[in-house]
Design a protein around this ligand. Structure first.
Ligand SMILES: [Zn+2]
Length: 328
């Protein structure tokens, strides 16, 4: 079975601490060993830019360095990790018993208001970009403020004309538009402009877990109409419910299964996948502490009556369909 994690954040520790993905380092969530153990054979690596540390042109350099760190890992582990750009590449790598490595940029700050960088990064293999991380950009609104970066008080805003151009350019070159972290207005603006399926790589639903990083049921339905996919996020903060008792109890794998049930009820089984957020500075829920635990998630789905076909879609086929649709 193809198992695709649409949001893995280990590149920053690989770059900043010199971590090697061939080693198991306590406290981390993803590496070659745990991916193999958990049957995760497609990893979408996120090049995350902290705007407080890497504003303006430093953001572009940061993306280059993070992608360079992944390339170094690919050279170090040629028998285990394979550079992939298309859905077909991923299938071939998995069939050969290797782990497929896809690239993503987390934060439109990475193009530093230069539209030509989208094609340049696409040529370097980047297949996805989050329009925003935290903090409003000149051209796109975020769901959260970013103290230390926001130059004006954070206000809800959507896409500017330039932001709409960014979406069109991403469509043109085949870079998947990722709306996790965006404001609701940016989400709706991007959905209206994009001619290709879009995703929320690592978000949950507000109806179950009220947090601005999660999306409403109406947004979930819009995403499904666009043939997009939401990746369920394992971060405790985005999983826990809004009730007083729920807020103080640590959520576990069963709560993630509740989220999946809700997402499937609203959007359908074709529009839900995995976006762990592992290694993204998160505390994962109990029972999903690292990638070796993924089989427990599938076992939980089986117990709740999901068919093998449903699980195959959820595990990887849905995101692969979106990647493919963005290749045409
Ligand atoms: Zn994120």
């Amino acid at each position: 079975m193809l198992v695709l994690d649409a949001h893995q954040d280990c590149l920053r520790r690989v770059l900043d601490r010199g971590d090697d993905l061939g080693e198991r380092i306590p406290g981390t969530h993803g590496d070659l060993n745990v991916w193999k153990k958990g049957g995760c054979n497609i990893v979408w690596f996120s090049a995350w830019i902290d705007p407080r540390r890497y504003p303006d042109e430093l953001a572009v350099r940061r993306v280059n360095n993070l992608l360079g760190a992944l390339n170094q890992q690919l050279r170090l582990h040629p028998d285990e990790l394979v550079s992939c750009v298309t859905a077909a590449d991923c299938r071939a790598a998995a069939a050969a018993g290797k782990i497929a490595a896809l690239r993503a940029i987390e934060g439109g700050i990475g193009i530093n208001n230069d539209i030509s960088l989208i094609e340049k990064f696409r040529r370097m293999g980047v297949r996805r970009m989050n329009l925003t991380w935290r903090g409003n950009l000149d051209w796109a609104g975020s769901s959260q403020a970013c103290p230390g970066y926001d130059r004006k008080p954070h206000k809800e805003k959507g896409l500017s004309d330039f932001g709409k151009q960014v979406v069109r350019e991403m469509n043109r070159v085949g870079m998947v538009v990722d709306l996790s972290h965006c404001s609701d207005s940016t989400f709706y603006d991007a959905i209206a402009v994009s001619t290709k399926p879009v995703i929320c790589s690592h978000s949950n639903c507000r109806a179950m877990a009220p947090h601005v990083r999660n999306i409403t049921d109406e947004m979930l339905r819009k995403l499904a109409e666009k043939d997009g996919v939401i990746g369920v996020n394992f971060y405790t903060e985005y999983v826990k419910g809004g009730g007083l008792k729920e807020r103080f109890g640590a959520p576990d794998l069963e709560k993630v299964l509740d989220l999946i049930d809700h997402m499937v009820k609203v959007a359908g089984i074709d529009h839900v996948g995995i976006g762990s957020d592992w290694d993204g500075g998160i505390t994962p829920v109990k029972g999903l502490e690292d990638a070796s635990k993924l089989p427990d998630l599938f076992a939980g789905m089986r117990k709740r009556g999901y068919s093998e076909e449903d699980i195959r879609k959820f595990a990887g086929e849905n995101f692969l369909r979106v990647i493919e649709a963005n290749e045409r």
